[in-house]
Design a binder for this molecule. Structure first.
Ligand SMILES: [Ca+2]
Ligand SMILES: [Ca+2]
Ligand SMILES: [Ca+2]
Ligand SMILES: [Zn+2]
Length: 439
């Protein structure tokens, strides 16, 4: 699938996936404050250390958290194994979880927020299904065939409390509550139940059973009282064999338990990849130019939000955050005859860099005054000059539809309205970027 962006949407997408603005509300945002996160009337089966024989713990064993936004037909009668979309809760959901309603950028934002909460632990968060032989917990993220949180009366549910995570392969559920950090809390909490963590009376902890008490709960490094329900009634705790490694019985330190279970983080030291698919190396383009700059970004950990900067002849013309995908930027006019170079530099979420470069030529065209010949580098119409000019009077260019001659903008489409559009259109050496809906 090719994703196409006009400049306006480039920056919209960029903001939508920016970690610092990760509280943007996906579609269907709800006021879910003070409501149960995990189904209050469902008693999960307690398994693992102290409950299931032999119940061997999995300390210092990294795992994968598969956040499945794609929906699934659930199978019953096969336990809770995510490898076959099995769940003993299938009946609750009419046998089906629907795909998450938000788009790829929203999904990537949620994955980033989930990653942030487990960044100190050996938990790799992916949005695509791992191979069967790699241990993974799956959280199905989306509403069910029955409905959403309003119909179900809860934001999520897990089938088990697995003390010591004796079985990594367990499916749990997070319904759509709106808000990136809220979704991340529900996802973390349901997965954590399948890892042996219980509810605690600390609104700043991901295991607090009531929503809305904290903008961005974490796994907190404190001994918090285990509670029985959303009224926060104290409870003795089911997994004290693990809890008492760090706290008194009846208390839980979720941070230390996560660290003990999964060990330290598995760093992402694999560089992302970037290719420029169009134009091709050595292509000779007619003037005025009319083509799509097509760029493909990828990474070993998908979805991945990549910091991306595009240069034309060493001048930055665009920067933003993009997820792994094929991106298409329509370019129309504004590149003078002569040799040119596009370079794309990216970094994955862990700062691993990659870059790609393509050299192309714009041919002269005596029939068009803007294309008659390569500009004289001393006459003030070089790319460098254009960039400087664009930075100072971009507002004017935006106001008059991007036709500022000082900018060399040849667009008849007009840049996106407002200062950002002008900023962009002029920095892009007058290249007009028009909106086109993605395929
Ligand atoms: Ca487990
Ligand atoms: Ca959080
Ligand atoms: Ca990577
Ligand atoms: Zn819960």
């Amino acid at each position: 699938m090719v994703r196409t962006f006009a400049f306006a949407s480039i920056f919209t997408v960029g903001l939508a996936v920016a970690p610092s603005t990760g509280h943007g509300a996906p579609a269907g945002d709800l006021d879910w404050t003070g409501r149960p996160i995990t189904a209050p009337d469902y008693d999960p089966e307690v398994i693992g250390i102290g409950h299931t024989d032999p119940g061997l713990p999995a300390f210092d064993s990294p795992t994968i958290l598969f956040t499945n936004f794609d929906g699934a037909d659930l199978n019953s009668g096969c336990g809770n194994d995510p490898r076959n979309n099995c769940s003993v809760l299938s009946f609750q959901f009419g046998g089906k979880i629907l795909p998450y309603s938000g788009d790829a950028a929203e999904r990537a934002s949620i994955v980033q927020a989930v990653r942030k909460d487990v960044e100190d632990f050996g938990v790799i968060v992916l949005g695509e299904r791992p191979p069967d032989n790699q241990p993974y917990a799956m959280v199905l993220v989306g509403n069910s065939a029955v409905g959403g949180v309003s119909e179900h009366g809860f934001a999520g549910v897990a089938p088990t409390i697995d003390c010591g995570n004796t079985n990594p392969y367990i499916t749990s559920f997070a319904l759509e509550v709106g808000g990136v950090n809220s979704m991340a809390t529900v996802i973390n909490q349901e997965a954590a139940h399948t890892w042996g963590l219980e509810h605690v009376n600390n609104p700043a902890d991901n295991l607090h059973p009531v929503s809305g008490g904290h903008p961005d709960p974490k796994y907190t490094d404190s001994c918090d009282k285990i509670v029985a329900n959303t009224d926060l009634d104290p409870a003795n705790g089911q997994c004290n064999a693990v809890h008492t490694m760090f706290c008194n019985a009846g208390y839980q330190n979720s941070y230390q338990e996560m660290l003990a279970l999964f060990g330290p983080p598995i760093p992402d030291d694999v560089a992302p990849s970037v290719t420029i698919d169009n134009p091709g190396e050595g292509d000779v383009l007619d003037c005025p130019v009319e083509f799509d700059l097509v760029v493909t970004l990828d990474d070993d950990r998908r979805p991945q939000t990549m910091s991306t900067t595009i240069y034309l002849d060493d001048q930055e013309v665009l920067s933003g955050l993009f997820i792994d995908s094929t991106l298409s930027f329509p370019v129309s006019g504004g590149i003078a005859p002569g040799m040119h170079t596009f370079r794309v530099e990216i970094e994955d979420e862990s700062g691993n860099p990659a870059s790609a470069e393509v050299n192309f030529e714009v041919a002269t065209n005596p029939g068009d005054p803007m294309c008659a010949a390569a500009p004289d580098p001393t006459d003030g119409t070089t790319a460098g000059d254009v960039g400087t000019d664009g930075g100072t009077d971009g507002g004017t260019a935006g106001a008059n539809g991007g036709s500022d001659e000082g900018c060399g903008c040849r667009t008849s489409h007009g840049g996106p309205a407002g200062p950002m559009g002008a900023f962009v259109s002029c920095l892009f050496v007058g290249v007009a970027i028009r909106r086109r809906r993605g395929a």
